[in-house]
Ligand binder design. Structure first.
Ligand code: ADP
Ligand code: MG
Length: 465
């Protein structure tokens, strides 16, 4: 399909596969999209591609209409259509928000809570937000684009977007807590009068237990019911806590009905959470579930640089790169290694060098996250020969480049658990036989060429932890 060829596969999967064509009638193509957010995203990022494709496939008179699946609460079962003629340039600038559609429930559905005394709302709630976990400090990358932009949208319009709750999930150390705080901080900046609260689920559970013990469970519930924007972090801890779940269920319903924003984080998507009541789980799916993935190398480097910059610290680039190359799956560990390097260097007045970085990583980082990567090996080899790393993928027979590639293959075989095929794929898209040949060539040359042997030994030292 035309669209598939024009954008990365991942984007196609995320944004185009879920689209259902509903009908084509009189040059009007109606497509069904899963949510308001989805529609906004398509409009913002793919409007030109869509326009072009539709014109090409249907003709210049073609128009596109969206049908948005509203929600599964049965409050509004009728899909909403948004129209814009693709041939009308101005229409493209029509921001969705200015259109006569709203996914919010009626304001009149607000059920006043008889327990909240007017004026009590003015009570200042300590938001528990960490200043440094801001959007400014949250580096954007492919790994977090959806979650980040949904979080931003929520902060601009808490409780009034289709992402309620906003459910953020990922493995540990990938930014859920940071993003939850960022949303809270941003809401406070946009709407200082709103009551914002960040809580860890464990804290929430403890407060619940205390309230039962102290016989003031109602106060506990009412406190939470007056929050405008609630971030509950790591809700997987609710598993097996039936009473707390029950209470949270009521809080959730109350907030949601009052158009209050709820942000949840978890280590798994809603469908995989065990030990949580189905009625609560189904509510977690009402809004948008967005995951955070492992950041790619550039994003990891950008995160480290941002952190250093924020702290006003300078350390050599190669150390930053080394850290980003060696710690791939957990941002917290990467930052932890950076902090130990800084601490070591200032305590012992040591210069910050790659050697120090290696020692620290050895000491503090779990083996699992520390495996040396093919990327890193390529970088070290290319740096050693003063070649830009891109040459590895060049189709050239230039001797020095062929040699660098062979060395990268050889060390990848020696220092990683990757298969010959994988190594080949990453080193210039070669097959496994080429990698095997490279390893033999390096071994042979080491025996016959003294200078070459020196190269290999020096490189090996650089690569060793
Ligand atoms: P999680 O809650 O998913 O375990 P955290 O939010 O605690 O992860 O993130 C771990 C560390 O990584 C934090 O110090 C956070 O600031 C940092 N971090 C994660 N993602 C980013 C990002 N995109 N940009 C900058 N720092 C990030
Ligand atoms: Mg966390």
């Amino acid at each position: 399909m035309v669209i598939k060829d024009n954008i990365p596969l991942q984007s196609y999967k995320t944004w185009f596969e879920p689209i259902e064509p509903l009908k084509l009638d009189n040059n009007v193509l109606i497509i069904q999209v899963p949510s308001q957010f989805f529609y906004e995203w398509l409009e913002e990022h793919y409007v030109n591609l869509l326009k072009k494709t539709i014109k090409k496939e249907i003709g210049t008179a073609a128009r596109l209409e969206y049908s948005i699946i509203v929600d599964n609460r049965g409050i509004n079962d009728r899909p909403i259509s948004i129209k814009y003629p693709t041939s009308n340039k101005n229409a493209v600038h029509n921001k969705p928000t200015s259109m006569p559609l709203s996914l919010n429930k009626n304001r009149t559905r607000d059920i006043p809570n008889p327990f909240i005394i007017p004026g009590l709302k003015k009570i200042k709630v300590e938001s528990q937000l960490v200043e440094s976990y801001s959007f400014d400090n949250f580096v954007e990358g492919d790994c977090n684009r959806l979650a980040r932009s949904a979080g931003w949208a929520v902060a601009e319009n808490p409780g009034k977007t289709a992402f309620n709750p906003l459910f953020i999930y990922s493995n540990v150390g990938l930014g859920k807590t940071h993003l939850a705080h960022a949303i809270g901080l941003q809401v406070k900046e946009n709407f200082p009068e709103k009551t914002v609260l960040y809580v860890q689920t464990e804290q929430f559970i403890q407060q619940y237990i205390d309230s039962v013990r102290n016989n003031n469970r109602n106060d506990f519930v009412h406190f939470y019911q007056m929050i405008d924007v609630l971030m509950l972090d790591d809700i997987e801890f609710l598993a097996g806590k039936e009473k707390t779940q029950d209470t949270f269920f009521h809080i959730f319903n109350h907030l949601h009905q009052g158009n209050k924003q709820i942000v949840l984080t978890s280590d798994k998507p809603p469908v995989e959470i065990k030990g949580v009541e189905p009625r609560l789980l189904s509510r977690f799916k009402w809004g948008l579930a967005a995951d955070l993935l492992v950041p790619d190398l550039d994003t990891r480097i950008a995160i480290l640089r941002k952190k250093l910059y924020a702290d006003g610290i300078e350390i050599p680039n190669d150390v930053v790169e080394y850290l980003a190359y060696s710690i791939t799956t957990n941002i917290r560990e990467m930052e932890g290694a950076l902090i130990s390097i800084l601490a070591q260097s200032s305590l012992n007045k040591k210069l910050i060098t790659i050697d120090l970085a290696k020692q620290m990583i050895d000491k503090f980082v779990k083996n699992s996250t520390r495996e040396i990567s093919i990327d890193y090996i390529q970088k070290v080899v290319c740096d050693y020969f003063n070649l830009p790393i891109e040459v590895i993928n060049l189709k050239t027979r230039k001797r020095e480049i062929v040699q660098a590639r062979q060395l990268a293959m050889y060390f990848s075989k020696k220092h990683t658990k990757n298969s010959l095929a994988t190594i080949g794929l990453h080193c210039g898209n070669k097959d496994h036989a080429t990698v095997l040949h490279a390893c033999r060539t390096v071994n042979n040359l080491m025996e016959t060429d003294k200078q070459f042997r020196v190269y290999v030994d020096e490189l090996d030292k650089k690569l060793k932890f």
